[in-house]
Design a protein around this ligand. Structure first.
Ligand code: NAD
Length: 444
């Protein structure tokens, strides 16, 4: 589709909103649960689509679906728990009410890396609130989104409650801008890179629209010498190499205390060596390709830059299977420094870069030395330090002895240039799709 199709989609979503906003929250919840059931029943088909679209291994596609249906389930519950307030103000003889109402048509612009989860995290909250939603999927992954929309219709969401605008790479900027600027679009939620997130914020600024931005990562991990190294390696390995490193909350920079640096990097090198890279449907595959040619170029550039600046490449560092796939070797880079691209940007590839540190303060300072603030992780057995780091690390989400902290019931979102607004979690996520009206009543 192109920019000319935007108005028809928005008009359809607006017409649907005028009806849907009056639908009782219990009915919204029931439809969300029905949708949830249909998605679970279509699990095998959806997992296949995700493998074909993204390249991730089948087991990971199932993992994404299980994570994603957490959102439909969770937001079905949230639909009925939206509450206003009643209070007695300082002025005598008065009562003050706050009333929550759905904001209107919402637009969701989403990336290709978790095409099912990124959609359900947004649409679940919007539909629970009583909003309708227009989804603009990534040109790389339209089919999973279209399948979800089809199942939503089967679940009883009438036409127009969810609209999907598929497009190609060339039409994406203009179509997205038109969608963000349309006067009937009242809320925009974007997940993607910081560069594009800033453009989206500008498009929305003229209309002073409510915006949620879930942007890039460059997430640090700190491993202290008192950590359970085997446990830490299993967590960091899964975090780093899931979807070949193409997750916003992936481990980008791993700081290891000098006393355990050699031992820990050996364990991690073994972890990476044992990965079986291949097609997502091949039995035993534990890592797929990077999804886009752009991603492949960036991976090569980061390895070359690290080498040129004195890093040791312990494992990998090359593109594999030059016969057409975008496979990249699981890569371990040692002795990285803050002068290298692997430290300054999110690598978004199966490249794990290790930095050596001595003191806690030094590690925290390096970890925070980025414009990003999505997630940070650390591994230690020291309780005092755990509390200090929770308070001192500059990120919206902190993983403590875990690399896996994202779930429907927990608020998800970053700070600094990783964006603003929260998705998932109690109250906060649905709130992003609502307005609050204050009513003041004088009693007779
Ligand atoms: P991207 O910013 O290139 O694209 C995201 C969306 O914006 C897509 O729908 C894309 O088609 C659209 N888009 C691209 N160029 C545009 C333009 N000029 N104007 C308007 N829209 C445009 O990001 P990507 O490559 O699809 O995804 C990877 C990025 O997403 C990484 O930076 C990653 O960290 C981030 N991400 C963040 C989260 C999070 O929750 N914080 C989750 C997943 C991915």
């Amino acid at each position: 589709m192109s920019v000319e199709d935007v108005d028809a989609a928005v008009q359809s979503s607006h017409a649907a909103f005028l009806k849907y906003r009056t639908v009782n929250p219990r009915v919204r919840a029931q439809r969300l649960l029905k949708w949830d059931t249909l998605i679970r029943e279509a699990r095998d088909d959806l997992a296949k689509i995700v493998v074909f679209e993204t390249g991730k291994p089948l087991a990971e596609a199932y993992g994404e679906l299980d994570y994603a249906t957490g959102f439909t389930w969770w937001f079905a519950g949230e639909a009925e728990r939206v509450r206003g307030t009643v209070s007695t103000p300082s002025a005598p003889g008065r009562r003050v009410f706050t009333v929550k109402q759905p904001i209107g048509v919402a637009a969701a612009l989403v990336p290709w890396n978790f095409p099912i989860a990124m959609i359900l995290r947004k649409v679940g909250a919007a539909l629970a609130a009583g909003c309708t939603m227009i989804i603009k999927p990534s040109p790389e992954t339209p089919l999973s989104v279209l399948t979800l929309a089809l199942l939503a219709e089967k679940a009883g969401f009438e036409k127009g409650i969810i609209n999907v605008l598929t497009t190609d790479l060339d039409n994406t900027p203009a179509l997205s801008e038109a969608l963000c600027r349309h006067s009937l679009v009242k809320k925009v939620t974007f997940t993607g890179s910081t560069r594009v997130g800033k453009l989206i914020a500008k498009h929305c600024a003229d209309g002073l629209k409510k915006v949620t931005l879930e942007l890039g990562g460059n997430c640090p991990v700190i491993v202290f010498d008192d950590a359970d190294l085997e446990q830490a390696a299993a967590q960091i390995g899964a975090l780093k190499f899931r979807h070949a490193g193409q997750a916003c909350i992936t481990a980008n920079r791993v700081y290891v205390q000098s006393g355990v640096y050699e031992k820990f990097t050996e364990i991690m090198t073994k972890f990476a060596k044992d990965l079986k890279v291949g097609h997502g449907f091949e039995k035993g595959t534990t890592m797929g390709p990077v999804t886009t040619p752009r991603g492949l170029d960036k991976a090569k550039q980061h390895v070359e830059d690290a080498k040129a600046n004195g890093a040791r490449i312990m494992l990998g560092g090359q593109r594999m299977k030059e016969d057409g796939g975008f496979f990249f070797e699981p890569t371990i880079i040692l002795d990285a420094t803050d002068k290298m691209l692997v430290s300054q940007e999110e690598t978004f590839a199966p490249i794990c870069s290790f930095f050596k540190f001595d003191k806690e303060e030094e590690a925290v300072q390096w970890a925070n030395n980025t414009s990003m603030g999505l997630a940070s992780y650390f591994f230690t057995k020291n309780v005092d330090r755990t509390w200090r780091l929770l308070e001192n690390l500059e990120a919206g989400m902190i993983g403590m002895n875990t690399g896996n902290s994202s779930a429907a019931e927990s608020p998800f979102g970053g700070i600094k240039e990783s964006g603003y607004g929260k998705e998932s979690g109690k109250d906060v996520a649905v709130e992003e799709y609502m307005i609050t009206k204050t009513g003041t009543l004088t009693l007779a």
